[in-house]
Design a protein around this ligand. Sequence first.
Ligand SMILES: [Zn+2]
Length: 416
Amino acid sequence: MYNKKDQMMSIKTVADNALNQGEGILRLTPTWVPRSFCIPGKRIKLHPDDYYALGAERGGIDERWFSSTTPADNGPLTSRNEGLSHIILKDGRKTEKILLRDAIDELKSEILGERLWDQYGGWTMYSKFFDNQKALPFHIHHNDKYARLTGQLGKPEAYYFPPQVNNHGGDYPYTFFGLNPGTKRNQVMACLENFSKGNNRITDLSSAHALSVGTGWDVPPGVLHAPGSLCTYEPQKASDVFAMFESITGNAVIPEELLWKNTPEDRMGDYEFLLDVIDWELNLDPDFVQNRKMMPVPVKNDNDLKDRYIENWICYKSSDFSAKELTILPGQKINVTDKAAYGMILMQGHGRMGKWKIDTPAIVRFGQETCDEFFVSEQAASNGVTIENLSDTDPLVMLKHFGPDNPDLNLNLNEV
Ligand SMILES: [Zn+2]
C-alpha cells in the first residue's frame, strides 16, 4: 500500500525516467473524448467499431485531445481523468503510465522551461481534433473579465483543417463568424429573448464562410461562431467557458440552460450580461476575413530548404498559443530547434524523432498505444530535435502546438 508521499515519489521517478529515456521527448497515449451532443464524423482514425466504445449514453467519440493537462467537463458521467494526456514509459517488460499534468507538477521547468513555469505555473493550452459530422450551434466564449465571474479563464481558440483527416467535409463545411456589420444590440437582444420560443434564427445576423483544408481561423474570446463540419485541429487556451446563443441548429434543439452556462448567479436571466460578453468591435469588423482567417505562413523564407523540409505557422494570431505544421520530405533528415516546449501529433508518414520511432497509424483501436503523439521539453526543443523521414515516397507531416508567447513567433501580422 502506498502512502501519499510514496505515490508522489513514484510519479516523480516515472517522470524522471520517461524524460531521460526519451532524451527530453515524452511519448503520450491517445486521449479520446466523447460528446453526447455530437455525431462522430469518423475521420480521426479510430476503428469504425470503436466510436461508441464508452457506451451509447456517453455519446460518440469525436475528439482526440493533445498535450492536455485539462480534464474534460462532460457532466456527471465523465470518467476519471477524461481529457487528460498520459505519458507512457516502457521499462523492460513493465509499462508505467502517468498524467502529463502530474509529471509537469513534479518536474516543472525541467519540462516546460523556466519561462513558462515561472510565468504560468503549468501548461495552459491543449489542442485537439474536433470531428463532428454536423455544424455546432452559434456560440461564444467569454473573455477573462467575464469568465472570472464564474471562476474560469477566458477562452481563445484557433482552427486549422489538416488534409489528412478531411477525406470528407461532413454535412455543413461552412462556419458562421461574427455579426454582419451594422448589426444592432437590440437585434441580438430580440434573438436572445426568443431563445425559448422556437427557432431564434440568430445566424440571420451573421455570415457563413466556406472552409478549406490547409487553412485556418483565429477565434478570440467574445467572437460569435458556429463551427462547420470539417475535421478541425484546434489549439486553445485551457478553459471550457461558453454560452450557446442559438436555440436550434439543423434539427437539434439546444436547451436554454446552455444559453446561461457560465453566467454568474446574480446575472441569470439578464440578457444585458450576454450582450456585454460579445466583443462588438471584433464581431462587427468589416475586415473580419482579412483579420481572422489564417493562411499558412513560412517560418523561414529560405529557398534552399524547400527540397528538404517545409515549416509553416498555421495558428499565429493569439498570444495564448501557436501552432506549426512541419513537413519533412521523403528520405530527408533534419534538425529543428524551437525556443519553447511543445506537443506534437504526427499526421502522415513514418520515421524517427530523436530516440523515438514515429509512425502515423492508419487505424487505432480504443485503448491502443500509438507512436504518433509526443511532448518535447523546452531543453530538448532548444537543443534541436533530429527528425528523419524513412519513406522513399511519403512526406512526414506533424503539427506542433506551443504555449503562450512563443519566443519564435515574430510575424508582422500586417504583412500576412
Ligand atoms: Zn467555440
